[in-house]
Design a binder for this molecule. Structure first.
Ligand code: ME8
Length: 512
């Protein structure tokens, strides 16, 4: 099981959401092609004060706002070719049931108590902050994230988070890769070492949330703190705490893919809640960085919030997916700009991979009767490029195990460059008359190299890699990683479809 964070349903999808969805989709596709039975889930975070306030401002009910946003995210998933197997909306009945079960278990474990909360709350972050974390500007106070905080004073149920500091530290120590990449882990460990305070987990001053069990209401009605609600979506997706059933086997999740601003919730609160509820912890929290438009944070006031669906239409879905996953070292912040995207499309995709495919496949169409060429005696150069191509999958797999898609792609494209050098150096076109058998062998080796590269490219660029495999006549059942090996190499003489370009150059509007 692999998940994305569940976006707040109070606003339309932006490029950060698109990035997270694409990366998670690539991880899910990778595992699927590697023979795993994968559950890929996403969802919508539809409760909380932020949601309620946005709905009021827009003159909508929270339900209507949630439906509108959920439809936008569903369209984003389609447009990015990154559909999940399930979408957990926190307003669903199955989710409410799961959250209530979490609550009952935490209560039964003696971890909930009634008290009074008096402190600072950021509605934008849906998070509580200590006085000493805040900064003051113009008489107003702000959270470390830059969002305004307000004073909250109300009766509240508390979760004994303080009791879990030692247990969490022991878990991080026993599972060094629980939080990855490492520098996020170090931040979390340092934070927990300073000690944890108990967490307010219910609210009485608004009502757009899941009500706590009736027996726990006081003179006021309490709704669950939105993060208890939201984090539980991951378990809801599996039915592990409720109906059981056939998806329960996916819990614990293998990876929660999230952005760096919500690591505390996923690496501290969530495992503590699960420990309290006596449920197994997710195996990894995989943290990605933030995307900036030429170094600037996206914001409505700067006017640089980009609709990911527009980007996919402008550059191409696979092109956008490739850019995100190749350009940004996973875990670090990254920049995107028109120039950077166009450069990746034209240099890596059109010039390197596209040209290699187009040149070799059109030579095959013309000179080998449109069939996989014959392979005669191999030279050292042939054997060398084939050996490098044969190594790509294992190297890319190791990178993907580390959640480093940029390394996986760098490895694949290193061999694309090697194959271009091989092709240019061997000059098959010059051997057409003088040594046709040699020409055939070079073309065979190039085509087989392309097959070896296209297979691990599928999770990143599903359509284009699929098209390349179509051109090589690789059948639908022969595209998983188990079929990447030599035993499934291209069959000499197999007919090939007429080649068509797979990676067009990006032309600026004025040149079109
Ligand atoms: O945090 N670049 O929702 P959200 C990259 N509902 N990633 C970004 C980003 C950016 N500029 N901006 C946001 C929430 N993200 C909660 C999650 S999970 C139980 C509840 C990432 O809509 C962000 O880090 O604000 C998060 O992983 C995801 O987008 C949803 O953010």
């Amino acid at each position: 099981m692999i998940s994305t964070a569940i976006p707040y349903a109070n606003g339309a999808p932006h490029i950060g959401h698109a990035y997270e969805r694409i990366a998670t989709d690539a991880f899910a596709r990778w595992k699927r092609l590697d023979g795993y039975d994968v559950l890929f889930v996403t969802g919508m975070d539809e409760h909380g004060q932020k949601m309620q306030r946005t709905a009021e401002k827009e003159g909508l009910t929270p339900w209507a706002l949630a439906d509108r946003t959920a439809a936008q995210f569903a369209r984003m998933g389609e447009a990015l070719n990154a559909r999940a197997d399930d979408i957990v909306r926190t307003t669903q009945a199955r989710h409410k049931e799961t959250v209530l079960e979490m609550w009952r278990r935490m209560e039964a474990n003696g971890d909930l108590y009634l008290s009074k909360y008096a402190g600072w709350y950021s509605v934008r972050d849906e998070a509580y902050y200590d006085e000493d974390e805040l900064t003051e500007r113009d008489g107003k106070r702000f959270a470390p994230t830059g969002t305004p905080v307000e004073w909250v004073e109300e009766e509240s149920w508390f979760f004994k988070l303080s009791a879990y500091a030692e247990k969490l530290l022991a878990h991080y120590a026993a599972h060094p890769r629980f939080i990855t990449p490492e520098h996020y882990r170090n931040e979390i460990v340092a934070f927990v070492k300073r000690g944890l305070t108990d967490l307010s987990v219910s609210r009485t001053t608004f009502d757009w949330g899941i009500e706590i069990p009736p027996s726990a209401h006081t003179s006021a009605k309490h709704v669950m703190y939105v993060w208890v609600d939201a984090l539980t979506n991951y378990v809801t997706a599996t039915g592990y705490l409720t109906e059981g059933g056939n998806k329960a086997r996916f819990w614990p999740a293998d990876a929660h893919v999230i952005g760096k601003d919500i690591t505390r919730f996923h690496a501290i609160y969530w495992p503590a809640f699960l420990m309290s509820a006596g449920a197994p912890l997710p195996k990894q929290v995989v943290v990605h960085g933030f995307l900036f438009s030429k170094g600037e944070k996206m914001s409505k006031s700067v006017g640089n919030v980009v609709d990911p669906i527009d980007l996919a239409e402008r550059y191409g879905v696979d092109q956008l997916r490739y850019f995100f996953l190749r350009e940004i070292p996973f875990g670090q912040d990254g920049n995107y700009s028109h120039e950077a995207i166009v450069n990746r499309i034209n240099a890596d995709l059109a010039n390197d991979l596209g040209n290699l495919a187009q040149r070799s496949l059109s030579m095959i169409a013309k000179n080998c009767m449109g069939a996989v060429p014959r392979k005669h005696a191999l030279t050292d150069a042939d054997r060398d490029i084939l050996a490098q191509a044969a190594d790509v999958l294992a190297k890319a797999r190791a990178a993907m195990e580390d959640y480093a898609p940029h390394h996986a792609l760098a490895e694949i494209f290193r061999i694309v460059a090697e194959a271009n050098r091989y092709f240019a150096g061997e000059e098959p076109w010059a051997k057409k008359k003088s040594d046709p058998a040699r020409m055939e062998t070079i073309l065979y080796v190039t085509a087989e190299t392309l097959r070896r590269l296209a297979i691990p490219l599928q999770p990143f660029m599903p359509e284009s890699a699929g098209k390349l495999l179509d051109l090589l006549d690789v059948g639908p059942d022969e595209r998983d990683f188990a079929h990447a090996d030599e035993a499934n190499a291209l069959q000499e003489g197999a007919p090939l479809p007429p080649p068509t370009p797979v990676f067009p150059r990006f032309l600026e509007e004025e040149a079109r």
